[in-house]
Design a protein around this ligand. Sequence first.
Ligand SMILES: Cc1ncc(CN)c(N)n1
Length: 223
Amino acid sequence: MKFSHRLHEKVKGIWDKTHEHPFVVGLGKGDLPVESFIRYMKQDYVFLIDYSKLFALGTVKAKNIETMAAFAKLLHETLHGEMDLHRAYAKRFGITEQDLENTKPTPINLAYTRYMLNVAQNGSLEELISSLLPCMWSYWEIGKRLVETYPDSMNHSFYGEWVKMYSSDEFGSLAQWLIDLIDHLAEGKPERELVVLEEHFLTTSRFEYMFWDMVYDGGDWPV
Ligand SMILES: Cc1ncc(CN)c(N)n1
C-alpha cells in the first residue's frame, strides 16, 4: 500500500466530516452566508501568507534541483494564483489588499500555521510535507466532491470561482505532486518514522476541520 493511501485512511473520518460541514455544504449549494465567506477570505489570506513560507522552506530542505523548482512553483502559485482569488473576492466588497494583509489571525489560525512552521523549521523534509499536505489535498478533494454533488456549483455567480479553483486540474496537479513526493520519500523508512509523519498529517487534518468551524462560527480571541 502506498504511504499516501495509509495517510488518507487515517484521516478519512475527519475529511468525511469536513465534506458535511455547513460551511462546505453552503459553498456547494451557494447559500453560505456572505459574512461567513468574508470572514473566511480574510482569515485565509493571512493563513496563506504563512503557508507559502512552508514552500520556501521546502526549497531549502529539498535534495535536488527538480524538487527545489517544484517548491518554488508552489510558492509562486500560492502567492499569485490562489491569493489572486482572495484579492478578487475582496475587491467585490471594497476590501483592500492592505485590509486583507492586516487581518489579525484567530487563535486557531495562529495555532495551525505555527504548528506547520515549527515542523518545517525543526523537522525533516518528509515531516514538512506531511504537515502541509492536508491543506492542499483536502481542498482538492472538497473541490471535486462539490462538483460531483452539486454540478451547478461551478456556475454559481459568487462561489463558483472558489469551486472552480479548487476542483481544477491545475490545483490538483500541484497536490498530486506533493502526494507522489511523500510516497517516494516514505519508501523504505522505518515504522517509527512513518508514525511521526502520520501524526503530523492527522494533526493538520484536525486543524483543517477546526478552521472551517472557526470561520463558520466566528471563533475569535475571547478577551
Ligand atoms: C485553511 C486552508 N487550508 C487549505 C487551503 C488550500 N491551499 C487554504 N487556502 N486554506
